[in-house]
Design a protein around this ligand. Structure first.
Ligand code: M6R
Length: 342
């Protein structure tokens, strides 16, 4: 069942080129849902864990590409916050059974919001509550760590944005596939050897790479049990500086685009405090090479391709670190695939 792979997680990581394509197409076909979003007075997204990280990413893309403000809340916090009427609320859950997400979705319905579910499981509870459902095309995910279901959610969001005609995404499918395929083969061994020797790690990024950093850190802590903290790079100086030393490496996403120069400046500040840096960026980036101790190249491409490539690299760093530490990768301690209690 693992198709020759040692763990489901690795098999699922390798399925991502197809999963992105399928999920993008499924969501892109939802014209009525895209239209609903386009006409919405406000858009809110609620989710937990990895699904929350994918939702944060949607916020960056939606605001940049469509100029539509998007509120993103942790489903477990939603009950303590106001729910404006007339909003369109998107609940994102791979399993469709996460208790916090279901409760938040019910609250949104009770407030007369139009609701959309994005889920990977046909007929799951979330589909019975939401007014509209978009299925992601990831297929069953066996590993507790969400990998292909995350890429599927990113694809679904980009398909929806394409449907809202906010951007020309005709080339996205192809560029993302190439980026994922290439990143499945990138050598991550130096990063793994650094990570597997420490007890704390930072993951930093700016803009779209901030939620990607959060997701990278979540994957690392979940399966390797190394304390990994995702941070917006600009926030590191507002507290975490006190923790920086040669014992606290950082995985840093530094790709040309918004915030690139600021990111380099943040990395130099971290380096000056002894932090070993694992830089994920373009292979020909001399500035990044100068500041980073280890450089992991990702292929050049559009923003979606960059996100997908960095995600795959981070998933593989987490996987091989957990493997080196002998962890129970598909079934990490204390975790379940779906969390059905609040
Ligand atoms: O099924 P859901 O997407 O609602 O699950 C939410 C989280 O429990 C889940 O994403 C969790 O964070 C992952 N196992 C992380 O890899």
């Amino acid at each position: 069942r693992k198709g020759g792979f040692e763990h489901f997680m690795l098999k699922e990581i390798f399925e991502q080129p197809d999963v992105f394509q399928q999920s993008f197409r499924l969501a892109n076909g939802h014209n009525s849902t895209s239209m609903l979003l386009r006409r919405a007075r406000g858009i809110s997204v609620i989710a937990c864990g990895t699904s929350y990280n994918a939702s944060l990413l949607f916020r960056y893309f939606a605001e940049k590409e469509c100029g539509v403000p998007v509120r993103v809340d942790l489903a477990s916090e939603y009950r303590y916050l106001s729910t404006p009427e007339d909003e369109v609320v998107i609940a994102v859950s791979q399993s469709g059974e996460t208790a916090d997400t279901l409760s938040a979705l019910k609250k949104a319905k009770d407030s007369n919001c139009q609701t959309i579910a994005i889920t990977n499981v046909q007929g799951s509870s979330i589909t019975r509550i939401a007014d509209h459902t978009i299925y992601t095309g990831a297929g069953p995910e066996m590993s507790v760590a969400a990998t292909k279901s995350y890429i599927a959610q990113v694809a679904a969001f980009s398909g929806l944005l394409a449907g809202m005609s906010c951007s020309d995404t005709s080339s996205v499918e192809c560029s993302v596939r190439q980026a994922i395929e290439e990143s499945l083969l990138t050598d991550v061994s130096e990063a793994v050897s650094l990570c597997s020797k420490v007890s704390t790690l930072f993951y930093v990024g700016r803009g779209i790479f901030y939620p990607v950093a959060l997701e990278g850190a979540l994957k690392m802590k979940e399966i390797s049990y190394i304390h990994a903290e995702g941070y917006a790079a600009g926030e590191i100086k507002h507290g975490p500086f006190a923790l920086l030393s040669k014992e606290t490496p950082a995985v840093a996403v530094c790709l040309p685009g918004d915030g690139y120069q600021s990111m380099l400046a943040n990395l130099r500040e971290m380096k000056a405090r002894g932090t070993p840096l694992i830089g994920i960026g373009y292979g020909d980036d001399i500035d990044l090479k100068e500041v980073a101790d280890v450089c992991i190249p990702v292929p050049k491409g559009d923003a979606y391709a960059q996100v997908a490539a960095v995600t795959v690299v981070m998933q593989r760093i987490a996987y091989y670190t957990a493997l080196a530490l002998g962890r129970d990768i598909d079934k990490p301690r204390n975790l379940a695939k779906s969390v059905t209690v609040e």
